[in-house]
Design a protein around this ligand. Structure first.
Ligand SMILES: Cc1cc2nc3c(=O)[nH]c(=O)nc-3n(C[C@H](O)[C@H](O)[C@H](O)COP(=O)(O)OP(=O)(O)OC[C@H]3O[C@@H](n4cnc5c(N)ncnc54)[C@H](O)[C@@H]3O)c2cc1C
Ligand code: FES
Length: 541
């Protein structure tokens, strides 16, 4: 319990640099990774916006190839989704290989498997080359059948895996689980501590002459470089946007992907009582047959007596937790129930949530930004496989910038269009988002008197005919923000677990003072403290 308390206290200190109120185990187990903000105009070969695993992997590869590199991050290093991940390093992807085959074909699916394997090898080599102390280890993984899934889905998956060249075997019982379930065993997967790895990457980048600036928001971005909200220019020959959801791309990419909120809990278990492995179920088809919420589990060392069992899942489209009448906070209870059914644990000491961006055809988008100049690159749509996809971005984008052939670049090209083979799940999400956008009023919007807003909660209310988001903090002070998302003006919704305003259209998020923490929006909501006119100047246009 002690850690959860510490976790809560820490989280209330600076939610803006951790993208939510809840703090992950990773963030609370290392010192913040911060550099000086940019305070002058500079020039470089490549400017990279975003200091998560994608931005730093790209920076690392480019600098090794002799390019001059600048990284700009508006929080601390790893303060986006990389600090909220669970860091399974896998070829066992979120979407089934038999589905990938139906979208891309057998040969391309083999290339997808090859690229994911290469990403794990890349991380392993980098860890060894720079002696990065990040708890990297190889281990096996088990994909086990959820009771609501079709029994033959494992057999179909195994056949597709073997065709793709992934080493796997079917087992009648899943090792390590309390419940008996058949599974596919994946060999040679891996895991690490993501922030310790990023720290090692930063040290290597800086040692090789790269420059990293944190606390530096890229306000205006085009093919000539970046202007920060402090007014400083980074003039560059190449511009890479690694902000998870690309903040430089207003429309095209956001019609090809959809943001999901996913939840994590960390439970103490007696050291050694649970074997080191990765586990994933195939998803609960009874709760939602179109997008079955699934679960993912791993073990990390905690102290001399305990390990931490980290369990994630219970995803839902951003801003739409209440579609299923389950609040954000209740998703943690569902996770706990599932975890305790499958593993023997002591107490729950961590909880946090984060965001994953689902591409319409199940593969990440890495490469040139569509409908832009040839020197602008993005990485996005990396699902729950962003550790490997961010690393693949390091390989592909470095090759593209260096004019080198790359066997996977066509496959991951953000300009590809696989609409007809992608199935209808994407469409229903897209239509939901589009309708919300067109109507500009999500269904739960109702006028509630400001006075009735409970402590530590937020509501959308009407003030003089304008919709605003009002949050009452623990000192009863009201924080009022404009409720129109600064991306395409959808009305944001309150997330009571992370104490943030989340946009149901394309996943942008804002803190209670309006600070933007997830794109595609790149500007803050206007902020009026306690209804006064203290407008938010930081980061806004
Ligand atoms: C709960 C959870 C569990 C997951 N589990 C796994 C897993 O087990 N395995 C796996 O492979 N993947 C997993 N993922 C996915 C993976 O964590 C992400 O895909 C990955 O971390 C994304 O990395 P990134 O570098 O692309 O983005 P981020 O880490 O989000 O980095 C983007 C950075 O850009 C910065 N930024 C944004 N806008 C600006 C701006 N205008 N100026 C300056 N900086 C800006 C942000 O502050 C942020 O730090 C999980 C994700 C979540 C949320
Ligand atoms: S994220 Fe697109 S309108 Fe809000």
């Amino acid at each position: 319990m002690e850690i959860l308390e510490k976790n809560k206290i820490k989280s209330s200190q600076d939610p803006n640099v951790t993208s939510g109120k809840n703090i992950s185990f990773w963030t609370s187990s290392v010192e913040p990774i911060a550099f000086q903000p940019l305070d002058k105009d500079i020039q470089t070969n490549v400017v990279i916006v975003g200091g998560g695993i994608s931005g730093l992997s790209i920076a690392y590869s480019l600098i090794q190839s002799g390019q001059k590199v600048v990284v700009i991050e508006d929080g601390n290093i790893g303060s986006g989704e990389t600090g909220r991940t669970t860091a399974h390093l896998v070829t066992a992807l979120d979407d089934r290989y038999y589905h990938l085959e139906s979208v891309f074909g057998e040969d391309e699916t083999r290339l997808i498997a090859e690229s994911q394997e290469a990403a794990i090898d890349f991380i392993e080599r980098t860890v060894k080359a720079h002696s990065i102390d990040c708890d990297f280890e190889r281990l096996d993984g088990y994909l086990f059948l959820h009771p609501t899934d079709k029994p033959d889905s494992l057999a179909s998956e195994l056949k597709a895996l073997l065709r793709a060249g992934v080493e796997a075997v079917e087992l009648p019982v899943t090792p390590g689980l309390n419940e008996s379930s058949p599974c596919i065993k994946f060999y040679d997967q891996a895991q690490f501590h993501p922030l310790k790895y990023l720290k090692g990457l930063c040290e290597a980048i800086v040692k090789m002459g790269g420059q990293i600036f944190t606390g530096t928001h890229a306000d205006k971005i085009d093919s000539s470089g970046v202007v920060t909200s402090g007014g400083h220019k980074v003039v560059a020959e190449n511009v890479v946007i690694a902000t998870n959801s690309p903040v430089n791309n207003k429309f095209v990419m956001h019609l090809k992907q959809y943001a999901y909120r996913t939840y994590v809990i960390g439970a103490r278990v007696k050291k050694g009582s649970i074997p080191k492995a990765l586990w994933w179920d195939t998803g609960d088809f009874k709760t939602n047959s179109r997008i079955p919420p699934y679960h993912y589990v791993r073990v990390h060392k905690l102290d001399d007596n305990y390990d931490l069992l980290i369990c994630g899942g219970e995803d839902h489209p951003v801003g739409m937790a209440d579609e299923d009448r389950i609040s954000e906070e209740d998703h943690y209870s569902l996770l706990e129930y599932w975890l305790k059914k499958h593993f023997t644990v002591e107490d729950i000491i961590y909880q946090w949530s984060g965001q994953v961006i689902e591409p319409m055809d199940s593969l990440a988008y890495i490469g040139r930004n569509p409908m832009d100049k040839d020197n602008v690159y993005i990485v996005t749509g990396d699902s729950g496989n962003g550790m490997t996809n961010g690393t693949i971005a390091g390989i592909i984008i470095a090759d593209l910038i260096n004019g080198k052939e790359n066997p996977w670049s066509k496959l991951y090209d953000p300009g590809r269009f696989k609409l007809f083979s992608a199935g209808n799940v994407f469409f229903s999400e897209l239509v939901g988002g589009t309708i919300a956008y067109l109507k500009n009023k999500p269904h739960d919007v109702k006028a509630i008197e400001l006075a009735n807003i409970p402590v530590d909660e937020g509501r959308i209310v009407e003030l003089e005919g304008k919709k605003v988001g009002a949050y009452r903090d623990k000192n009863r002070v009201l924080h009022v923000v404009g409720a129109e998302c600064t991306h395409l003006k959808c009305i944001v919704k309150w997330n009571n677990s992370e104490k943030s305003w989340d946009c149901p259209c394309h996943g942008s998020r804002f803190m209670v003072d309006g600070n933007v923490i997830n794109g595609p929006a790149n500007n803050n909501l206007p902020y009026y403290l306690d209804g006064s006119d203290k407008t938010n100047e930081n980061k806004s246009e």
